[in-house]
Design a protein around this ligand. Structure first.
Ligand SMILES: C[S@@+](CC[C@H](N)C(=O)[O-])C[C@H]1O[C@@H](n2cnc3c(N)ncnc32)[C@H](O)[C@@H]1O
Length: 313
């Protein structure tokens, strides 16, 4: 098991920038709701005193086992849980602490998940068409591909992958699955390549795989649901940092921060506020921060990252 675990690493994205914004109290409590292999938590540990506490949550039980190993040498108290982050409101009831100085959401996928062909996240590796972060959940990418109607597939590809050729690809999938079930990443890639001509095949495959992953894991619904819950578990002056990797996620985070910074939700033509909603957040990053050129050179997976940070007021 130890050998298998040590095969996997994940270089934490924009760790320096996140630490600079998130760590405001060296004795504080910090939580990565997408703990993965614990890369960010380990980086936080180096900037915290021994009294500080590190919490991690991830849906992927394998990732949590590896994070436990990776964090063993950190001198703070550590608490790691296998759970969906949208359950944070009920999960905190089991914690020693119910309020945090900093909360991180590092959305998307870890290097371990994408590099493991058996998880089915990568169109460049042959494996089962799975894509579940949580291997206990029931619906796989193959279930979606083989069971949804042509219109539903086209909708998923357009909504979650912003793929303009989604209708064509959905039609080819429905024809293809009449001959045999589509159960592997390469079967799906072959179908995409039949209808999309070079040099667009790789980009289309990337968009279709992204769309399926988002659908399988209900990623956007999870994100919409967790953001207000995070605000309730932040201390006043505590900070939330979100790293997103595509525009769909970033838009949700940006709008949420703006809405809570504004507070009032009255229509523009109302002169005196009647809703009574007070501002709850102050945006720290006016524009999203991006990884440095040297980080992208070192870790190409950081290239699409955008970091937004806000403070609870
Ligand atoms: C980009 S990785 C995080 C890497 C981590 N910050 C590190 O430094 O090692 C994203 C992680 O979020 C997890 N994840 C995705 N959706 C989740 C959800 N709804 N609830 C909990 N974990 C989730 C994935 O399993 C994956 O391990």
């Amino acid at each position: 098991m130890a050998n298998r675990m040590s095969e996997f690493t994940h270089d934490p994205v924009m760790a320096d920038e996140i630490i600079a914004h998130l760590i405001t109290n060296k004795n504080g409590n910090y939580i990565d709701l997408t703990a993965g292999l614990g890369g960010h938590l380990k980086a936080f540990s180096k900037h915290l005193n021994q009294q500080a506490k590190l919490y991690g949550v991830d849906k992927d039980s394998k990732a949590v086992s590896i994070a436990k190993e990776n964090l063993q040498a950190c001198h703070q108290k550590k608490y790691l849980y296998v759970a969906p982050y949208a359950a944070i409101d009920s999960l905190v009831e089991q914690f020693d602490d119910t309020e945090f100085d900093g909360v991180l959401l590092d959305l998307g996928i870890s290097s371990m998940q994408i590099d493991d062909a058996e998880r089915g996240f990568s169109f460049s590796k042959d494996g089962p068409l799975d894509m579940r972060f949580d291997e206990q959940s029931t619906e796989t990418a193959s279930d979606i591909i083989n069971r949804k109607s042509e219109a539903e597939l086209a909708d998923i590809f357009f909504k979650y992958g912003e793929e303009r050729q989604g209708r064509k690809i959905a039609k080819a999938i429905v024809i293809g699955r009449q001959k045999e079930m589509i159960q592997t990443t390469s079967q799906l890639t072959v179908i995409i390549n039949q209808v999309i001509k070079p040099p667009y095949q790789t980009k289309s495959a990337a968009r279709i795989f992204q769309a399926l992953r988002i659908a399988v894991n209900h990623e956007l619904e999870q994100l919409e649901s967790v953001l207000p819950k995070i605000v309730t578990i932040l201390k006043t002056g505590g900070r939330i940092a979100v790293l997103s990797y595509h525009s769909l996620e970033d838009r949700i985070v940006k709008r949420f921060f703006q809405k809570l910074q504004k507070g009032c939700t009255c229509p523009d033509n109302i002169i005196v506020c009647i809703c009574g909603n007070e501002p709850q957040l102050k945006i720290i990053t006016k524009k999203p921060e991006l990884p440095s050129d040297s980080e992208i050179e070192r870790n190409s997976r950081a290239r699409s990252a955008k970091l937004r940070v806000a403070e609870k007021i």
